[in-house]
Design a protein around this ligand. Structure first.
Ligand code: GLU
Length: 314
């Protein structure tokens, strides 16, 4: 893989920017230019490859759910997290309230809003300052800050997430303050990243939790295993199944236009493309990843399936 190949992938994806629209339910996000596309690829053992708007800063939005889940698992363990949410694909939109309103139901998984908000309550004792420094470390990006405009915009348009928060509280899945939980959740969604930062995060996940450059372990191996499995099955909302067939890489999207993808054992990929499809996933970003995965045979099943051995030479 080289930067010429990434340019081809970007050109393949470009027409699909016209098939979506930028998010507008958070008004500040509607200012993004839907035609922009950027890619960054960070191999575990090679130089970073980039193309297009890889330097553009945008808010991480739901990709923060990956980091939040990892931190909750690291600090509080598997049982504490999966007492608050199941591990099942929801088949519903990212901010769906359907089904969890039934008295017995808990959120489907930690990567949809309801499950993520419940998980963020666990992170309150850690707080924004320490979470921010963790995010900077995982993304190898010391310039990540909270985008105040996007935060204010989402905070003043958060009726839906507030409803989810109170519903979770009524079920005992938020025991403390809904307001404090939503505040931290929204702040963490408002962190500004680049395609590069996402590729760096992906590379740590691809490498089992160890940063290849520093050799430091940032996440436990069993945490990475759980997080990658959740990304593979639930990371693209109600598009997760089709994305798994077409691309076959653990991935997580955000309504800011980012997609984080992981090629286990090989590389992290960050894509930016703020024009979103009806499910809230980057329209062109998905196509770029499909192109890369298919051309380079990165689909995890391609790498696991036993290919027919060449006939022995006599
Ligand atoms: N902050 C957004 C929300 O809670 C994140 C949604 C997303 O990226 O899918 O609605």
């Amino acid at each position: 893989m080289d930067e010429i190949f990434l340019q081809q992938a970007l050109e393949f994806g470009q027409p699909y920017t016209g098939k979506g629209t930028v998010a507008s339910y958070i008004p500040e996000l509607s200012k993004a230019d839907g035609r922009e596309l950027g890619i960054s690829v960070r191999p575990i053992d090679g130089p970073q490859l980039r193309c297009g708007y890889w330097q553009r800063r945008f808010t991480i939005q739901s990709i923060s759910k990956v980091i939040n889940l990892a931190m909750a698992l690291e600090h509080f363990g598997f049982d504490a997290v999966f007492h608050k949410t199941k591990m099942e694909p929801s088949g519903a939109s990212f901010n769906s309230m359907s089904r969890i309103s039934d008295s017995e139901e808990i959120p489907f998984n930690p990567l949809v809003n309801s499950g993520a908000i419940a998980v963020v309550e666990l992170l309150l004792p850690i707080g924004l300052k320490e979470m921010l420094s963790t995010v900077r470390g995982l993304c190898s990006d010391k310039d990540i800050i909270m985008d105040e405009e996007v935060f204010q915009s989402e905070w003043s348009h958060s009726a839906r997430n507030r409803s989810l928060g109170y519903l979770l509280q009524s079920k005992g899945l938020i025991e403390g303050s809904v307001d404090d939980t939503l505040l931290l959740y929204t702040q963490l969604c408002s962190l500004s990243v680049t395609a590069d930062s996402l590729a760096n995060l992906g590379q740590v996940l691809a490498n089992g939790g160890i940063c290849p450059q520093s050799g430091r372990r940032l996440l436990k191996e069993e945490v990475v295993r759980t997080v990658l499995t959740m990304m593979l099955t639930c990371g693209m909302y109600d598009g997760s199944g089709e994305f798994a067939v077409r691309v076959g890489l653990p991935s997580k999207s955000g309504v800011g236009g980012g997609i984080l993808s992981v090629v286990p054992g090989e590389m992290g990929i960050g894509v930016y493309g703020p024009s979103l499809d009806s499910k809230g996933n980057s329209a062109a970003g998905q196509k770029i990843l499909e192109y890369i995965s298919r051309t380079e045979k990165l689909h995890i099943m391609d790498r696991l399936i036993r290919h027919e051995a060449p006939a022995a030479q006599i």
